[in-house]
Design a protein around this ligand. Structure first.
Ligand SMILES: Nc1ncnc2c1ncn2[C@@H]1O[C@H](COP(=O)(O)OP(=O)(O)OP(=O)(O)O)[C@@H](O)[C@H]1O
Length: 693
C-alpha cells in the first residue's frame, strides 16, 4: 500500500479559515494565525497587558471562594442524587403514574431497604478504607482523600453553560484588539446588515495601532457602498460593542480609494474626553487671513484648519455648547492679520465679544432696536462697498486682478483699500427676528427681514470681493435663518442641536440620512460639532463632513489675541473705524442698495402662498428638483388641503416623486417640481393669468 505523503510526520494543523481575506499586500498576511505567529491580544499594547494582568489577579482572588461554593453545590447535588436513588424515585414515580403503587409497594420497599444496606456498606467500606489508610500513612491520607473528594464535588457542582442564574462575567470590557479580529469584523458587518449572510469583507490592511486606537481598512463586497457604512455607523458600533463616539468610519477617496473602500478607526476610549486643546493661535505673533485658520482637532487628534477667505461660515447650536468659542476661533485668525477689517456684532450683548472692540472697524453689542438699526446701517455700508469693489476690480489691470476676484496682493494694498473684511455676528437671530417695520424702496418690511436680505447678498456676492460672513445662532430653525440666507453660507458647523431637523438646517438637507446628525452629539462634549466645509475648500475634501473638537480659547487667551491684533494694526497703520474712535456712519445711497438686492427685498410681488414658498426655498428654488408638500406645509405652518388648493389656483400642480427618507429608503411622496414652480412664477410675473385648470 502506498504511503501517505505525511505518514510518519506529525500532522500539520491547518489555520482556522476566515471569511475575510487580505488584498493589496505585497506579502500576504495570515489573518487567522497559521504558520506565522500572531501576537496574543495582551501583548499588543501596554494597556492590553495591564488589563490582562488585572484580570488574572481578579481571577486568583476569586478562585478560593468559587472553589468553596462549587464544593458546597457539589455536596448538595450528590446528596440529592443519592436520595433519589435510595428511595427508588424513578421506579416509585413510574408506579404512581401507572396507578400501580399499591401493587408494587412491597417490591419498592424491599428495593429501598436493599439500597439503604448498600449505602451503609459503602460508607462502612470507605470509613474502614480511610481508617486503614490513616493507620498506614497518617493524616496525609485523610487530607489527600478529602482533597480528591472536594475536587470531585467541585467538578460536579461547577456552574454549567446555560444553567439558571449563570452570570456573564467578563474581565472588563471586550478588548479592542479582539474587536479588530477579521472574523469579528465580518460578523459585525453581517449583524449590522451592512453585508449579506453569504458576503465577506476583504482586508486591505490588517488592524494596526494609529494614535490612541485601532485602524483597519477594508473593501466591501461589490455593489456595497462605503456611504452606507457611514450612514449606519451606529448599528456597526453596536455590533462591535463599542460606543458610537469611539467608532470613526471614513470612505477612502482619491488614489487607492473607491466607493466601497472603508477606513475604520476605533478609539480606545471616548476621543472627546480629557482636557481640551489650547488654540495654537495663542502662540502666533500674527496670522495670514488667507491661510486656513486652526479650528480644532478630529477624533484622531489631527488638526483641522478652516479656510475663511472666499467662503462664509454658519455656526449653530443650542446654548452652552461652544458656539461663541467656535465663532471667536474663526475671528481670532482674522484679528491676528493686521490687514483684515472686522465688523463685529454681538446680539447677546454680554462680555463675550468685548475684547474685539479694540480691533473692530464696526462694533455693535446689544439687542435693542438702535442696535439692530446700527447693524442694518453697517451692512448697508458693506453692500455698497461690495458694489464699489467690483467696479474698482473691473478697472484694475489684468495682471493685478486676473479674474474679478480679490487676491492676497489686492487685499494688502492700502492704495486699493480692499482688505479682507469679516462680518462676525453672534446670536444673529436677534437681528434677524426683529419685527420693527421700516421702509425699503417703496415697501414696508420688518427690519430683521432686511438684515437677512443684506446678509444673503453679502454671503452670495461678497466672498469674491473679500467679504467673509461668520454667523452664529442658537436658533437654527428655518424661520430664523431664512433659506435664501442659509443656502449661500458655504461652511457649516453644527454643535449639539435639539433634533435632526435643526441639524439639517445647519448642515444641509438630508445630512442626517447620510450619517451626520448633530442632535446625536453628547451634552458633555462641549465644543464638539460636525463641520461641513465649503465644497470649494481643500480641507476636508476627503469626506462630506467631519466631527471636530474645537480648540479651547479661554478668556485670557482671547483678550491677549485681541490686544495683539490691536498692536499689529497700530504698527501697520490699519486701525480704523470704531477701534480708532471713529463711529461716524457713511451716508448710503439706498436706491443703489435696493437695486443691488434685486428689487429691495427677498420677497417678490407674488400672491400667497407662492410668495412664502419662494421665500422659504430661496436659492433652493434653482438648486432643488423637487420639494415635498409635507415639507412646505410644515415650514410655512399652513393647512395642507387649503395650501394645495391655493397652489393649484396659482398654476402649481403637485406630482409624485421619489425622495430619500430619514432612514435612507426611497419613498414616493407628493410635492412640487421646482421647474413647475418657476414656470408659474414667470407666468405670474409676466402678467399672464395663472391657469388653474
Ligand atoms: N472646545 C472646547 N473644549 C472644551 N470646552 C469648551 C469648548 N468650547 C466651549 N467650551 C465650554 O462650553 C461652554 C459654553 O461655551 P460658549 O460660551 O462658547 O457656548 P455658547 O454656545 O456660545 O453659549 P451661549 O449660547 O450661552 O452663548 C463654556 O464653558 C466653554 O468653556
Amino acid at each position: 500500500m502506498a504511503e501517505a505523503p505525511n505518514a510518519g510526520h506529525e500532522v500539520e494543523r491547518a489555520a482556522p479559515v476566515f471569511d475575510a481575506e487580505l488584498v493589496d499586500e505585497e506579502s500576504p498576511i495570515s489573518v487567522g494565525g497559521g504558520s506565522r505567529w500572531r501576537r496574543p491580544a495582551w501583548l499588543t499594547s501596554r494597556q492590553e497587558f495591564r488589563r490582562a494582568v488585572r484580570a488574572v489577579i481578579a481571577l486568583l482572588i476569586r478562585l478560593p471562594f468559587r472553589f468553596a461554593s462549587a464544593v458546597g453545590r457539589g455536596a448538595v447535588l450528590m446528596f440529592r442524587v443519592w436520595r433519589k436513588w435510595v428511595r427508588v424515585h424513578d421506579y416509585r414515580e413510574a408506579a404512581e403514574k401507572s396507578e400501580k403503587l399499591a401493587d408494587k409497594f412491597v417490591e419498592i420497599r424491599a428495593l429501598t431497604l436493599f439500597r439503604w444496606k448498600v449505602s451503609g456498606a459503602v460508607v462502612a467500606a470507605v470509613a474502614s478504607g480511610l481508617l486503614v489508610a490513616y493507620l498506614l500513612y497518617g493524616s496525609v491520607a485523610l487530607w489527600g482523600a478529602g482533597a480528591v473528594a472536594a475536587v470531585v464535588l467541585a467538578v460536579a457542582g461547577r456552574r454549567k453553560e446555560g444553567a439558571p442564574g449563570r452570570k456573564t462575567v467578563l474581565p472588563g470590557p471586550r478588548a479592542l484588539a479582539w474587536t479588530m479580529d477579521p472574523q469579528v469584523l465580518v460578523d459585525a458587518f453581517r449583524d449590522a446588515k451592512l453585508i449579506g449572510k453569504d458576503e465577506t469583507l476583504r482586508l486591505v490592511e490588517r488592524a494596526r495601532r494609529v494614535g490612541d486606537g485601532w485602524a483597519i481598512t477594508i473593501d466591501l463586497p461589490a455593489t456595497r457602498k462605503a456611504a452606507d457604512v457611514i450612514k449606519h455607523r451606529d448599528a456597526l458600533a453596536s455590533a462591535l460593542a463599542v460606543d458610537e463616539v469611539q467608532l470613526i468610519v471614513e470612505r477612502v477617496r482619491g488614489r487607492g480609494g473607491h466607493a466601497g473602500r472603508v477606513f475604520l478607526w476605533v478609539a480606545d476610549e471616548d476621543p472627546y474626553s480629557g482636557p481640551p486643546r489650547r488654540t495654537p493661535l495663542v502662540e502666533a505673533e500674527w496670522w495670514d487671513a488667507w491661510q486656513p485658520i486652526p479650528f480644532g482637532v478630529d477624533a484622531r487628534r489631527r488638526r483641522i484648519d478652516l479656510p475663511l477667505v472666499w467662503t462664509s461660515l454658519l455656526v449653530g447650536a443650542i446654548p452652552r455648547q461652544g458656539k461663541t468659542m467656535a465663532a471667536r476661533l474663526a475671528a481670532a485668525g482674522l484679528i491676528l492679520d493686521p490687514h483684515s477689517r472686522l465688523y463685529v456684532f454681538d446680539g447677546k450683548g454680554g462680555k463675550d465679544w468685548k475684547a474685539a472692540e479694540q480691533v473692530a472697524h464696526r462694533f455693535v453689542c446689544g439687542d435693542g432696536l438702535p442696535d439692530v438699526q446700527a447693524v442694518r446701517d453697517h451692512l448697508l455700508e458693506l453692500v455698497v462697498e461690495v458694489q464699489a469693489r467690483y467696479q474698482r476690480m473691473a478697472a484694475l489691470d489684468d495682471e493685478v486682478c486676473p479674474e474679478s476676484k480679490i487676491t492676497p496682493g489686492i487685499s494688502r494694498d492700502p492704495g486699493l483699500d480692499m482688505p479682507i473684511t469679516a462680518v462676525i455676528i453672534d446670536e444673529v437671530q436677534v437681528f434677524l427676528e426683529n419685527p420693527a417695520k421700516i421702509e425699503v424702496g417703496a415697501k414696508k418690511i420688518a427690519i430683521g427681514e432686511h438684515v437677512a436680505d443684506l446678509l444673503a447678498y453679502l454671503a452670495r456676492k461678497g466672498p469674491a470681493a473679500g467679504i467673509v460672513v461668520v454667523l452664529a445662532t442658537q436658533r437654527p430653525d428655518s424661520q430664523t435663518i431664512p433659506s435664501r440666507l442659509r443656502s449661500v453660507l458655504g461652511s457649516r458647523f453644527a454643535l449639539r442641536v435639539m433634533d435632526w431637523r435643526d441639524s439639517n438646517i445647519v448642515l444641509g438637507e438630508q445630512m442626517n440620512t447620510r450619517g451626520y446628525d448633530a442632535s446625536a452629539l453628547l451634552p458633555s462634549h462641549k465644543g464638539v460639532g460636525i463641520l461641513r466645509p465649503d465644497g470649494d475648500m481643500d480641507a476636508g475634501s476627503e469626506s462630506l463632513a467631519m466631527t471636530v473638537w474645537t480648540y479651547y480659547m479661554g478668556n485670557q487667551d482671547w483678550q491677549a489675541i485681541c490686544a495683539r491684533g490691536r498692536a499689529l494694526r497700530e504698527a501697520a497703520g490699519t486701525l480704523t473705524g470704531h477701534a480708532a474712535g471713529d463711529d461716524s456712519r457713511r451716508s448710503i445711497d439706498s436706491t443703489a442698495v435696493v437695486m443691488a438686492l434685486g428689487g429691495g427685498t427677498g420677497r417678490s410681488e407674488l400672491p400667497e402662498p407662492l410668495a412664502s414658498v419662494v421665500e422659504y426655498l430661496g436659492e433652493e428654488l434653482e438648486e432643488r428638483e423637487f420639494v415635498p408638500t409635507a415639507e412646505l406645509v410644515e415650514a410655512l405652518e399652513v393647512e395642507a388641503t387649503g395650501f394645495g388648493r391655493q397652489m393649484g389656483e396659482l398654476g402649481c400642480r403637485p406630482t409624485r416623486h421619489y425622495v430619500p427618507s430619514e432612514d435612507g429608503e426611497l419613498r414616493r411622496v407628493r410635492g412640487y417640481r421646482t421647474a413647475d414652480l418657476r414656470a408659474a412664477i414667470d407666468e405670474i410675473k409676466s402678467g399672464a393669468d395663472p391657469d388653474p385648470s
